[in-house]
Design a protein around this ligand. Structure first.
Ligand SMILES: N=CN[C@@H](CCC(=O)O)C(=O)O
Ligand SMILES: [Zn+2]
Length: 406
């Protein structure tokens, strides 16, 4: 296996507190062997390698782990966005516009759009991408979307419970989504998500979706507390969901439940609170209380929620900058949430998670020996510049599984 030494790194963010104080090293080097990190340490002690890349004193960090996107779709919703900016509120029903466009699109169109979106994300430093189904909402279309997603994404989530489609009866659709649709899509996904919100799925329906998913042996996630306060967060914790996403409207009890999910006596996994800053801005909703969540001891992730309705961007750098400038996080907290936080939310922080092809993968979201060599180099001497110079194209180079992709 060939080796690559990335040398002369001015600031290295590892997310590994044992390897480096507060997860960061100065004047560092990283050795990549094949698809993994082989060594991390001071540049002065770097081992020999087949090739060397001079980082020129700039900042190196893990590639972004974008744990929440909806990238398999057709069409766009510019008119809806314009109406929102003119004062209209976001409503779940807009999803049907994309469902109609997606159903009418060929596999080739959907795949081409997905490739384009993933290429944009990679160009911005994203090396791990989760994406959801949820714009098909028939058995055949949800299977079609899951298959297409599985050819390109690192993780695929079944979101048949996104909305009751316009032509369906709610009770019949719930039977379908927790029965034959789940059975048909399950071989192509690793998790199930449900939009628990007024106008989408209520508490009883959400319970049915989470129970069916667990019975099928799949991990769970919840879109919760996006448009107002609701039971989404409490249900996510109760069922041991890997993450609950949006979390814009939280009570003290919700925050406590999320924090306690990591320390309580239960054998269920802890639930990551995933904040989606670009979505909050694009829907003109209050920003999620990321600061309060961290202060209470909850674990958070930052994700893009790239989709045509509420957040048509895959820029994790924009999300990180917003989390610092407007949500009160430090840059290091925000970077950690957009890398290791995403890995927690996807269950990819440890060796052995299965990609959509069923191949076991090394850990992501961290730079330490054995982890997947997913790295981004900034055209800046420190990660602080991500918030200090918001909107600037600071991605200089990206490696995914040891291969230079940007
Ligand atoms: N809230 C539900 N789903 C997406 C929006 C989908 C859409 O509007 O097309 C979200 O995460 O924001
Ligand atoms: Zn979403």
């Amino acid at each position: 296996m060939t080796t690559l030494l990335i040398d002369n790194i001015g600031e290295l963010t590892t997310n590994d507190d044992e390897l480096a104080t507060a997860g960061r090293l100065r004047d560092a080097a990283v050795l990549v062997e094949g698809n993994r990190i082989a060594w991390v340490g001071p540049a002065a002690q770097a081992p020999a390698a087949d090739t060397r890349f001079d980082a020129a004193g700039q900042a190196l960090l893990p590639g972004w782990v974008d744990s929440h996107t909806h990238m398999v779709f057709a069409g766009d919703r510019t008119a809806e966005f314009e109406a929102r900016m003119a004062g209209e509120s976001y409503a779940a029903g807009g999803i049907n516009v994309t469902v109609n466009a997606t159903r009418a699109a060929s596999d080739e169109t959907l795949e081409q759009n997905l490739r384009r979106l993933i290429a944009e994300a990679r160009a911005g430093g994203t090396t791990t991408i989760e994406t959801k189904t949820g714009y098909g909402l028939t058995v055949a279309d949800e299977v079609r979307l899951a298959r297409i997603a599985g050819r390109h994404a690192d993780a695929v989530t079944f979101l048949g419970a996104h909305l009751v489609p316009a032509e369906a009866n709610p009770a019949d659709y719930l039977d379908l989504v927790t029965g034959p649709m789940l059975t048909a899509v399950a071989p192509h996904v690793s998790a199930v998500d449900v939009f628990c919100e007024t106008g989408a799925f209520d508490e009883a329906a959400t319970r049915r979706v989470l129970e069916a998913a667990s019975a099928a042996g799949l991990a769970t996630r919840v879109h919760g507390n996006q448009l107002g306060h609701g039971p989404g967060v409490q249900l996510a914790v109760e069922y041991g969901a890997l993450s609950v996403d949006h979390v814009g409207f939280l009570t003290e009890q919700d925050i406590e439940a999320l924090a306690a999910s990591w320390t309580g006596p239960t054998s269920l996994p802890g639930t990551v609170a995933t904040v989606l800053p670009a979505c909050d801005l694009s829907t003109r909703m209050p920003l999620a209380p990321a600061r309060n969540l961290l202060d209470a001891g909850a674990r958070i992730a930052i994700a893009s929620n790239c989709n045509p309705g509420t957040s048509y961007t895959s820029s994790m750098a924009f999300c990180v900058a917003t989390a610092v400038l407007q949500m009160g996080l430090t840059i290091h907290e925000a970077v950690r949430a957009a890398t290791l936080g995403g890995a927690w939310a996807l269950g990819m922080h440890e060796e052995g998670w299965l990609d959509p092809r069923g191949i076991a993968q090394p850990a992501v979201g961290v730079i330490c020996p054995g982890a997947r060599a997913d790295l981004q180099l900034l055209a800046a001497p420190s990660v602080t510049h991500l918030a200090y110079r918001p909107g600037m194209p600071l991605t200089r180079a990206v490696w995914r599984a040891g291969i230079r992709v940007v």
